[in-house]
Design a protein around this ligand. Structure first.
Ligand code: IDP
Ligand code: MG
Length: 144
């Protein structure tokens, strides 16, 4: 068993996609360990997206991620990190295959801002770091 950190980003919450996305997670057999509606802050986004903090478009990411509430959560299951990334689809909705969450729900970028509905950690190490960042160290593998 493995844990990953996921988000439904502000566009997903605003477009009332929470129910549909949680349904996909449950249908896949993953276990919901944590779930919370939250507003992101510049401080937490700088840490969460530290690999992008010096990019010219980081201000756009901040604006996007703070444009409304986000749903954050922890899910667990066999190979859940890779499995959830597969369910999400490619970063840019233009490249995301139909059948993936981004391929089916994300809008094509219009103003250069990539609004892609969901987030998922890209490795087991990133998952542990992100779970600790958003929910505290005690949430990392807290129930096994
Ligand atoms: P990921 O979300 O598929 O893991 P990352 O490369 O980690 O992709 O980027 C994190 C997020 O930052 C993306 O989901 C997207 O919202 C935003 N982003 C990434 N690259 C760009 C870009 O070139 N322009 C605008 N936003 C971007
Ligand atoms: Mg990423």
């Amino acid at each position: 068993m493995e844990q990953t950190f996921f988000m439904i980003k502000p566009d997903g919450v605003e477009r009332r996609l929470i129910g549909e996305i949680l349904h996909l997670i449950e249908r896949r057999g993953f276990i919901l360990e944590r779930l919370e509606l939250r507003c992101a802050t510049p401080e937490i986004l700088k840490q969460h997206y530290s690999h992008l903090a010096d990019k010219p478009f980081f201000k756009d990411i901040e604006g996007y991620m703070m444009s409304g509430p986000i749903l954050i959560g922890v899910i667990s299951g066999p190979k859940v990190v890779k499995s959830w990334r597969n369910m999400m689809g490619a970063t840019n909705p233009v490249d995301a295959l139909p059948g993936t969450i981004r391929g089916d729900f994300a809008m094509a970028p219009i103003d250069g801002n990539i609004k892609n509905v969901v987030h998922g950690s890209d490795s087991v190490e990133a998952a542990q770091r992100e779970i600790a960042l958003w929910f505290g160290q005690s949430a990392v593998e807290s129930n096994r």
